[in-house]
Design a protein around this ligand. Structure first.
Ligand code: FAD
Ligand code: NAI
Length: 468
């Protein structure tokens, strides 16, 4: 008879693979089931990694086109080789997914290829690509099945002309007119990529603002900068359908508040209106796991327990749908199963939008603090006054630090500017250690660096600003 596992994980994305590797390191007998054919989940295959590969390459293209001359660099005629741009993206993805297989072997994780289904307490059935099934016995099951794109009624996704993130990352030519539905993270990142490569981009958003999760002041600044870059925003508009003609697509929309229908022509449409947990055919009912009406797996707060001997992590549970959050959930669950103290503070999970300039934040927004009735002091510093940003010709944006009025403890940090995706880590560490704004203001920061803007924003909270 096959040996019983300590942990069987369903899903090999950031939640699942990090849980598996940590469980292996803690000496547990562990298997990870993945149906996609490669490890890494949405993030490595059709999310974070391919999108960042295209964002980086398209940013270099745009920089060469728009900014080299002012730096005194002359080039010949620039040309786009989209096939090569896509090939280098695929290389990055393949290298990283193979890297996880290596880590599985190193940490004695059994990689089981196929679709997992829970049959009952401690039993998971796996159906391989050839249709053959096997049943794994286990003390613990971890659901790490992630999420899938949400869609709108009246829109048929074909992943060629009307696409989700999957198709948006693999287009074979640059669409002349591109419409993105949703001004969230995917809308802005993918809109930036294709706009830099030559598409006329229109972003249609239901709400009257972009990036609903971000601090309002940052979202407003971002919209201004992206508009300058050529992105066209249609806010407060509800898409009602996309008609597919041979020569073009016709997208119908009307004001969210009601009104006349308007039709926009497009060559491609990207649907990016959010994602929903993926738990189809998983056998949740066999172990009494509950979901809410959006399909979110219900777990005990902070303990990730979905039922007796069943845990859940990542995009399929509550909290931000981000790879590093899924990763932290996965590690915490492996530690809890091993009898250790796994813990994740969702308030300190940073968000980064990898546009140019980048947008990054951690902790509370001004709107959240006002709603909670928390008194705070705001310190702000513009990159226009930062010497490194000036030498780099990259002066858009600012850093904003929000600190408790009484205790000076940092409650939130919000940034827009080139490189802020890396800079936010400093404030995550500071906040994790319960730092006061004065702690950051009194910490030496190398000169001339962009991170001096963080120190200056913290100094502005203390009233010692050195702003020009
Ligand atoms: P997933 O990564 O979705 O992995 C779940 C895996 O489970 C999948 O591989 C699926 O095939 C498998 N699976 C599902 N059901 C079964 C089953 N029954 N049996 C076997 N296997 C199964 N986040 C960031 O932090 N930074 C970014 O820059 C970023 N960029 C993104 C860009 C895009 C375009 C998208 C779409 C997402 C991006 N995200 C980003 C979000 C990030 O990808 C997710 O938050 C993360 O992948 C969630 O990890 P997960 O392990 O919960 O789920
Ligand atoms: P999102 O939640 O970021 O944005 C969706 C947007 O669509 C919102 O602005 C919403 O108001 C709008 N919307 C919803 N319904 C609409 C409708 N009917 N018509 C028009 N607009 C509508 O979701 P998105 O961009 O699809 O990304 C999915 C997830 O992937 C996010 O949760 C995000 O966290 C993650 N992701 C993270 C990235 C990163 O960390 N850099 C990059 C890309 C995705």
């Amino acid at each position: 008879m096959a040996e019983t596992y300590d942990v069987v994980i369903i899903g090999g994305g950031p939640g699942g693979y990090n849980c598996a590797i940590r469980a292996g390191q803690l000496g547990l007998k562990v298997a990870c089931i993945e149906s996609r054919g490669t490890l890494g989940g949405t993030c490595l295959n059709v999310g974070c990694i391919p999108s960042k590969a295209l964002l980086h390459a398209s940013e270099m293209f745009a920089t060469a086109q728009n900014d080299f001359a002012a730096m005194g660099i002359k080039t010949g005629k620039l040309e786009l080789d989209l096939d090569q741009m896509m090939a280098q993206k695929t290389d990055a993805v393949n290298g990283l997914t193979k890297g996880i297989e290596f880590l599985f072997k190193k940490n004695k994780v059994d990689y089981v290829k196929g679709r997992g289904k829970i049959l009952g307490k401690g039993k998971v059935e796996v159906t391989g690509e050839d249709g053959k099934t096997q049943t794994l016995d286990t003390k613990n099951i971890v659901i790490a099945t992630g999420s899938e794109p949400a869609n709108l009624p009246g829109i048929e996704i074909d992943e060629e002309r009307v696409v989700t993130n999957t198709g948006a990352l693999s287009m074979t030519s640059v669409p002349k007119r591109l419409i993105l539905i949703g001004a969230g993270v995917i809308g802005l990142e993918m809109g930036s990529v294709w706009s830099r490569l030559g598409s006329e981009v229109t972003v249609v958003e239901y709400l009257d603002r972009i990036m609903p999760g971000a601090d309002n002041e940052i979202a407003k600044e971002a919209q201004k900068v992206f508009k300058k870059q050529g992105l066209n925003f249609r806010l407060g508009m509800k898409v009602t359908g996309v008609e597919k003609l041979k020569s073009k697509l016709k997208l119908s929309m009307e004001p969210a508040a009601g009104g006349e229908t308007e039709v926009l022509d497009a060559d491609a449409v990207i649907v990016a209106i959010g994602r929903k947990p993926y738990t189809e055919g998983l056998g949740l009912e066999s172990v009494g796991v509950k979901t809410d009406k959006r399909g979110v797996v219900q777990v005990t707060d902070g303990h990730f327990m979905a039922a007796d001997g069943v845990w859940a992590v990542g995009d399929c549970i509550h909290g931000p749908m981000l790879a590093h959050k899924a990763e932290d959930d996965g590690v915490a669950v492996a530690e809890l199963i091993a009898g250790k103290a796994g813990h994740v503070d969702y308030n300190l999970v940073p968000s980064v939008v990898y546009t140019k300039p980048e947008i990054a934040w951690v902790g509370k927004t001004e709107e959240q603090l006002k709603e909670e009735g928390v008194e705070y002091v705001k310190g702000k510093f513009p990159f226009m006054a930062n010497s490194r940003a000036r030498t780099n010709h990259e002066t858009d944006g600012f850093v904003k630090v929000l600190a408790d009025k009484k205790t000076d403890r940092i409650l939130g940090a919000h940034m827009i500017g080139v490189g802020v995706g890396e800079m936010i880590g400093e404030l995550c560490v500071a906040m994790e250690f319960g730092a006061a704004s004065e702690d950051v203001a009194r910490t030496s920061h190398a000169h001339p660096t962009l991170s001096e803007a963080i120190r200056q924003a913290a100094m502005a909270v203390e009233g010692w600003t050195m702003q020009m």
